[in-house]
Design a protein around this ligand. Structure first.
Ligand SMILES: C[S@@+](CC[C@H](N)C(=O)[O-])C[C@H]1O[C@@H](n2cnc3c(N)ncnc32)[C@H](O)[C@@H]1O
Length: 164
């Protein structure tokens, strides 16, 4: 199912994200208008969705929060989504350690930002959880993921999954 919400995420990536989120406590960093949030919330136990909703150099400068909230309502997933409005480096250190079974990163794609976010995400994951990054092979994402030194589990278009 492809939600009627703007996103660069492909159909194959959507299918893989839904598989990874099924029955899991999910952490998402980078929600924008809620495409990936909805895809995962339709099948997850819960999704904690972190975004400051002011865009970045790639998606441009805009307030995506009103559309996110409308879209969560349109797909009837508000009760399974916890919306955290703030910068990842501010919000992630406040979340409880070991409390997520899967995390999806699709925020600032510079190498430095992806590495900073990944290092904040890793302590929040339960043992053996999978971690996925969008835009692998674009911007600085590949360099950051490779610097983490984690085993690559799968690559679906630009959605890479690593074992933690
Ligand atoms: C590519 S969009 C996310 C797309 C979304 N996952 C989808 O399904 O289409 C990137 C988002 O990351 C957010 N963002 C960028 N840097 C951030 C940061 N440091 N903290 C929180 N959000 C950030 C932007 O506001 C933007 O909404």
């Amino acid at each position: 199912m492809r939600p009627d919400i703007w996103s660069a995420i492909t159909n194959a990536e959507t299918k893989r994200l839904a598989e990874l989120a099924t029955g899991r406590r999910v952490l998402e960093v980078g929600s924008q208008f809620g495409y990936s949030t909805v895809v995962m919330a339709l099948v997850a136990t819960a999704v904690h969705a972190v975004d400051w909703h002011q865009g970045d150099d790639i998606v441009g400068d805009h307030d995506s929060l009103p559309k996110l909230w409308v879209n969560l309502g349109r797909y009837d997933v508000r009760e399974r989504v916890v919306v955290h409005v703030g910068r990842s480096e501010t919000v992630l250190p406040l979340l409880p350690a070991g409390s997520f079974d899967f995390a999806f990163h699709d925020a600032d794609h510079t190498t430095e930002a992806v590495l900073t976010d990944a290092r904040l995400i890793l302590p929040l994951l339960a043992p053996g959880a999978l971690l996925a990054f969008h835009d692998f092979g674009r911007y600085g994402v590949r360099e950051a993921v490779e610097a983490l030194g984690l085993e690559q589990v799968s690559l679906t278009h630009s959605l890479v999954v690593v074992q933690t």
